[in-house]
Design a protein around this ligand. Sequence first.
Ligand SMILES: Cc1cc2nc3c(=O)[nH]c(=O)nc-3n(C[C@H](O)[C@H](O)[C@H](O)COP(=O)(O)OP(=O)(O)OC[C@H]3O[C@@H](n4cnc5c(N)ncnc54)[C@H](O)[C@@H]3O)c2cc1C
Length: 520
Amino acid sequence: MKNPDEKSVVVIGAGVGGLCAAVRLASAGLRVTVIEAQAGPGGKMRTMDSRAGPVDAGPTVLTMRGVFDEVFACAGTRLEDHVTLVAQPVLARHWWPDGSTLDLFADPEASAAAIADLAGARAADEFRRFHRLSAELYTAFDASMMQAARPRLAAIAVNALCNPRLWPVLRPGVTLARHLARQFSDPRLRQLFGRYATYVGGAPDLSPAVLSLIWAAEAQGVWAVQGGMHGLAQALARLAQQQGASLNYNVTAGRIERQEGRVSGVKLSDGRLLKCNQVVFNGDPAALLAGLLGKGPQGAVRPQAALPRSQSAWVWAFAAQPMGVDLAYHNVFFCDDPVQEFGPIAKGQMPDQATLYVCAQDRAAGPPPPGTVERFEIIMNAPPDTKQRAGEIAQCRQRTFPQLARFGLTFDQGPPDSSLTTPQGFATLFPGSQGALYGRSPVGMLAPFQRPGARTALQGLYLAGGGAHPGAGVPMAALSGKHAAEAILSDLALASKSHPTAMPGGTSTGFRTTGRAQSR
Ligand SMILES: Cc1cc2nc3c(=O)[nH]c(=O)nc-3n(C[C@H](O)[C@H](O)[C@H](O)COP(=O)(O)OP(=O)(O)OC[C@H]3O[C@@H](n4cnc5c(N)ncnc54)[C@H](O)[C@@H]3O)c2cc1C
């Protein structure tokens, strides 16, 4: 082999995207080294300590499980042999200040019946129509956008042209809020489905209507990971290791080295230099722009690929004994008026009243016995921010717990301040992010096309994670890891074709398979 670094890949970051890329690359026989600044895997899929054990402080809604089935299958194993997933018959329980409540179910007809009880037969029919339209949008965008390495505009256009029902949704300037105003006569349902914009860090009145397809992803099934979502990150990290990847925690990649116009190595905070020809960067692409990984990769992505920033959140993660309401696993307590929530957030302020999402982590398989101290994550949307304001924690506490108490939900003990992660806390945890949790803002029709793809302008530097195509969310970040791995494998195969002696023992894809891979 001419160059021993040719088959070495350094993955910077053990978030979902980085881990999925590592599993795939190691399974294909590459030498993979994962470098992670935190003490363990998961990135945003993290936990915090509580009196009832580690509690999720990141994602809680697992959708599109097929994406993960595929990652594990790639390594010759099955997802269910590594984590226990519990399908949730109730997708989420919703509460409004007027006292009304609504469960949405995995079974759309059960949801329609619940909506009929809430708002009448007309609302149920509107829901059925919305459900069908969302599913059609999902189908139109799945292969051409989410599963594709880059958004395939021609395929999207053909899909859209073939289905006139999609035209009003895809018309330029149609926001999710506007689309929902046409779909639903009941304002509560507009508020409920408008909240899906926040899943990717946007606001309903600014984000494109196509985001209504997120409902279709949820309607295909929502799973809880037994023991908490973090268990999925741990399982992916173990799988990467079993495939031969080396995982290194508590060490930061300080600089991506460049030589002769391409990546040549990664300089670590402990002084080591890892020589390699390929780097997968799983941090926020904004970190590259800001020069946090050195000058070499600074021009690798365009500013529009990372700016403007998406929303952030205030996140409580704690244990307590709940009282007063019958919680499901996923619960949403709506504020009076979404305009009063998203208006201040757009101005960089904490809203007086906000919708609160409550995950009751120990209710994946139903409610525990009364009196149990349970684990909770509460999320309130926030603007991205790098500065902590005076009094912010007290203000956030005030906006959270008295608001829940108005719905009847109280806890035997309020959480300590240390169980709150603020936007500024996220900015510190995820360098370059400015506290934004979902990479580039999804606002604007062209946002999906602005996100960077796996390949960058710097040869040998690839991106994976929520800041890269196809965007934020656990399954999307996992798909970005797939796109990064496939880009590397295809680029190496091309290189080995032009230098056939460079990759001895190469397969048709240009790679030697490892003993593990051969044994499958
Ligand atoms: C509170 C919250 C709730 C969410 N809820 C959901 C949900 O319910 N469902 C859903 O699907 N999605 C949800 N998301 C979004 C989802 O969690 C993310 O989109 C996804 O986990 C991002 O994965 P990633 O691959 O981008 O990596 P990240 O999670 O961003 O991790 C990147 C990793 O890279 C490391 N890193 C960065 N720079 C360096 C460096 N220089 N050296 C070493 N290491 C470095 C970081 O330490 C980090 O561990 C939520 C996110 C948050 C924060």
